[in-house]
Design a binder for this molecule. Structure first.
Ligand SMILES: [Zn+2]
Length: 127
C-alpha cells in the first residue's frame, strides 16, 4: 500500500487550519473543537501505546511537522556554544594582566621614612 503521506498530511493541516479559522470567532465551537481533538488525540495515544511502536510514531511527527510548517516557525534548537570556556579564559587573562600591573606598581613603591609605609612617595613629599 503506497500512500502519498506528505500530500495527505498537507491535507490534514489544511483541514485543521480550516477548522481553527471556522471556530476561532465562536467560543462554543472553539471549545467543542478542542474537546473533540483532545478526545481524538487521547484515542490515538492509547492506540499508539498499545502498539508500542515508538520509532514510527516519531517518524510520523517529523513528517507532520515537516509537511507544511515553514521552517522559520519550527522551534529553533538552542545553539551549543562553540566558544565554551572562552569567557573564562578571557577573565583569567584579564586578571593576569591586572596582577602584572599591580606587581609593576608594587615595584614602584618605596618605603617612606616619613610615615614608615610602602608608598608612591618618599620622605621629601610625604603628606
Ligand atoms: Zn610618607
Amino acid at each position: 500500500m503506497m500512500l502519498d503521506r506528505k500530500r495527505i498530511l498537507n491535507n490534514l493541516w489544511s483541514e485543521i487550519r480550516g477548522c481553527v479559522s471556522l471556530v476561532e470567532s465562536n467560543d462554543e465551537d472553539l471549545l467543542d473543537l478542542v474537546e473533540k481533538l483532545k478526545g481524538f488525540r487521547l484515542n490515538l495515544k492509547a492506540k499508539h501505546n498499545a502498539s508500542n511502536n515508538q520509532s514510527s510514531k516519531t517518524q510520523d511527527i517529523k513528517l507532520l511537522l515537516g509537511a507544511s510548517i515553514p521552517s522559520e516557525t519550527l522551534i529553533k534548537l538552542p545553539q551549543i556554544s562553540k566558544n565554551k570556556g572562552s569567557g573564562t579564559t578571557t577573565s583569567k587573562r584579564l586578571k593576569g594582566d591586572k596582577e602584572k600591573a599591580m606587581e609593576k606598581n608594587e615595584k614602584k613603591k618605596r618605603l617612606c621614612r616619613g610615615c614608615g609605609e610602602l608608598s608612591y612617595h618618599d620622605i621629601r613629599n610625604c603628606p
